[in-house]
Write a protein that binds this ligand. Sequence first.
Ligand SMILES: Cc1ncc(COP(=O)(O)O)c(C=O)c1O
Length: 391
Amino acid sequence: MAFDFDTLLPLRGMHTSNYDNIKRTYGVDDPDAIAMWVADMHFKAAPVILDALRDEIEWGYCGYFANTAPADEALAAWLKERHDWEIDPSWVRYTHGVISGYGDVISAYSEPGDGVIVFSPVYHAFFRQIEAMGRQVVESPLVIENGRFEMDLEGLAASLKGHEKIVTLCSPHNPGGRIWSVEELRALTDFCAAHDLILISDEIHMDLTFPGATFVPTVVAAPEHAGRIAVLTAASKAFNVAGAETGIAIYPTAEMRKKLAPVILDRESTPNRYGMAIIKAAFSGGHDWMDAGQAYLAENFRVFKERMDAIPGVSVMDMDATYLTWVSFEGLGMDDAELLKRSVEDAKVIPNPGTQFGIGGSGHMRYNLALPRAKLLEAIERLEAAFKDVQ
Ligand SMILES: Cc1ncc(COP(=O)(O)O)c(C=O)c1O
């Protein structure tokens, strides 16, 4: 079946965070703006998901939800088939989004004042959540080797103060779409064991791999450390259903599930009915849509990288996964305010400023490439024009 990623959906004025938060966040209100910041796609969700939602609406009952078993089993089958990870469906818990699950694990495994490690530059909501919970953000700067991010575990070991309890891994990494290798995952989990740290592996982007790239779940890479690995994931990014606010937590040991149980009881009510319908539909019938989407995004990345790399001083990081590309403008010698002004005000292309992502973010901007190709090309043309004077 062919899927449509080319149609331009009307998104402005439709309660989309992507478009309808631009004015509040960037202070510009231009009907021509192209949103390339918020991490959701500009495409319709997969037909199999929309059909499941239609069935729910037709039925008409909107009450509390019970029995997650069919969704748990669909997820388990998906993980086995696509990521070679055999989980027991009883390991699965649902959260009101991945960041809510992140808070659950932080709450269970640390106290206010403790340190939570992140590898920067990284998804900005980690910082907000850690700080909101009264923990301390500990940034471990990623280094760039051969144009790709790498963790510096030696540097991190040398900087530990003793108050760190948790390490956060974003896998694949946001921004920049790095898939961590088995060796890297094993080195990190060994590091966590050596320093008695819990590892939160945020695998929300696990399905957004480019054709030919293979994502390895952290627990698959290091099963012997499963007792200290809390996995968070979702259908939200890969299937474009983030507004359903339904995250998935996979707690692979009984001890971990026991530790999390009171936190879950305290924070969570029943799962979102529509979120559960989405999860079951996505993970049982979403294979073809996902394959087609991966190929479309990989081509969007290829086109974007080719054109942007041609601007002197601009360099797009190579990526294996996600649609959240990391662009260095460091070669232009402009400050962050000037970069943002050129993108937002001159090009009318809305990125995330790199400074949101912590250490290593200055001189960069993140662009979401999950747009219909025609819109992406328009955005590229406008960015080329905004940086024309450097060419
Ligand atoms: C790595 C990562 N984790 C979590 C989230 C947000 O997940 P949720 O909306 O389910 O809290 C995002 C959104 O972009 C993300 O990139």
